[in-house]
Design a protein. Structure first.
Length: 288
């Protein structure tokens, strides 16, 4: 018997049951049916599975067809590029109002220049802007120049302390940081969350002082300034220099200079003694 692999593979030959040295031919139709049978069975199984999937998804398809597409209530934005792109989209779509909270000290000229460009484009569309800074920006000429250039349609007020950075557009979408290094942000579109943040902003706004007005400080003993009184309050609460500087929007060196003035004014020789003297001086009993 000569080998016939092709014919054997296609089942066109099979061993002769009466003589092992011979192969008998198989009708091609029978051989073809034998080859097609497992394929057709697999096709039928896949069709049955596809019908089951269709039946399972049918209720969800009906819901999707009836209701308009839903917007994600909370979107996590990772990386400066994605964060800025989302803010740019919200800025371009804004039609009525922008509310912003910008903690920290004075901005660089580059940041102010970009802010001026973006702010001008928004104001020119008739959109109003309200921005909250910290009191430390009052000592920065660039910020005043920025405010004067955007005088129409923009209101700027300052506070001693602020919450983290926040932007709210048209009272429908808000952006807040999700990490201290500002590399992750949250885009919020849930009406309840956005309304809550607006309420926070409005409370801060009512307490803030317009940028071009003097901050009304109540005189304190020994010529201690309002900034130094705020630092004294944070010292008594146990904050370290880095934390105080960050909360008041100043650099650490400036913060330590104010602490040194507090030491001199109250006659303190140590940090522990300073805390005691602050509590005994009565300066924290006065509010600006």
């Amino acid at each position: 018997m000569e080998p016939a692999p092709c014919l054997m593979d296609f089942a066109l030959l099979h061993p002769d049951p009466d003589d092992a040295d011979w192969l008998r031919p198989v009708p091609p139709s029978a051989a073809l049916a034998q080859r097609l049978h497992p394929i057709e069975r697999e096709i039928q199984e896949r069709r049955r599975h596809s019908l089951q999937l269709t039946e399972s998804f049918e209720p969800f398809m009906d819901i999707s067809a009836q209701d308009p597409p839903t917007t994600h209530a909370i979107t996590v934005l990772e990386g400066g590029t994605r964060i800025n792109a989302a803010i740019d989209v919200a800025t371009a779509e804004c039609r009525t109002e922008v509310l912003t909270v910008q903690p920290g000290g004075a901005r660089s000229e580059d940041i102010l220049s970009k802010g001026l460009e973006r702010g001008t484009a928004v104001v020119n569309r008739g959109v109003s802007i309200r921005t909250l800074y910290q009191h430390t920006v009052r000592h920065h000429h660039g910020t005043f120049a920025y405010a004067e250039r955007l005088a129409e349609g923009v209101e700027i007020r300052t506070l001693e302390e602020l919450v983290q950075r926040m932007l709210i557009f048209d009272r429908t979408v808000a952006f807040i940081p999700a990490q201290d290094d500002l590399t992750v942000a949250l885009e919020l579109r849930h009406p309840g969350l956005v309304s809550y943040l607006i309420a926070v902003f409005e409370q801060l706004w009512q307490r803030a002082t317009p940028l071009l007005e003097d901050v009304p400080y109540t005189p304190t003993p020994a010529g201690i300034s309002g900034v130094q009184r705020s630092i004294a309050q944070l010292l008594v609460e146990g904050h370290v220099d880095d934390s105080i500087a960050r909360r008041l929007g100043m650099n650490v060196r400036t913060c330590r200079a104010h602490i040194a003035k507090l030491n001199a004014a109250l006659g303190s020789g140590s940090r522990a003694q300073l805390g005691y003297l602050i509590s005994q001086s009565g300066i924290l009993d006065r509010k600006s």
